[in-house]
Write a protein of this length. Structure first.
Length: 172
């Protein structure tokens, strides 16, 4: 569902975009997340599975971990999570377990998005908690950041493959 967003929603999503850029500078897929409770940032994170050698180090998970530590509670029931990309299956599950109240995401994720794109996990009926969600806040900016990242990554890979082919052909 697409929502009517407040100035505060936009401010927190802009912070999530800044965090995504931080992750990108480290070579991570540019996704950022900010978890807000009562109008205050309780936790934030950016994708870091490569740099942390941790497949669970998604932006949403890191923001929830930071918030839970800050608040001294794994239940985040009055929280809103702002994230630049539609959450995956793992992250939706964690958001349910944490009892997050609301998720606002920017860009949809056609291959792995688990709220509206590839799967609609919350519609399954088997969760004991369902959070509200809204999509599309600053989607163009987030989508462009991701598209640019993957375009550069594909070009780098192509150059690397071409370079190794040239080196191999010189060994004849």
């Amino acid at each position: 569902m697409t929502g009517t967003f407040t100035p505060a929603d936009e401010r927190f999503m802009r912070r999530a975009l800044e965090l995504a850029q931080e992750g990108e500078r480290l070579g991570e897929v540019p996704v950022g997340a900010v978890l807000v409770v009562d109008g205050h940032v309780a936790g934030e994170g950016f994708n870091a599975p490569i740099s942390r050698h941790d497949p669970t180090a998604h932006a949403e998970i890191l923001a929830m971990r930071a918030a839970a530590g800050c608040l001294g509670n794994y239940r985040l029931d009055n929280a809103t999570l702002y994230v630049t990309l539609e959450p995956c299956t793992m992250c939706v599950g964690a958001l349910v377990h944490a009892r997050v109240a609301r998720v606002v995401f920017a860009a949809t994720e056609p291959k792995a998005g688990s709220l509206v794109s590839a799967r609609r996990q919350l519609e399954s009926g088997y969760y004991n908690h369902v959070f509200a969600w809204e999509a599309g806040l600053l989607a163009e900016e987030a989508g462009a950041m991701l598209s640019d990242f993957f375009r550069r990554r594909r070009a780098e890979l192509k150059r690397a493959v071409s370079g190794s082919s040239l080196m191999e052909s010189g060994n004849d």
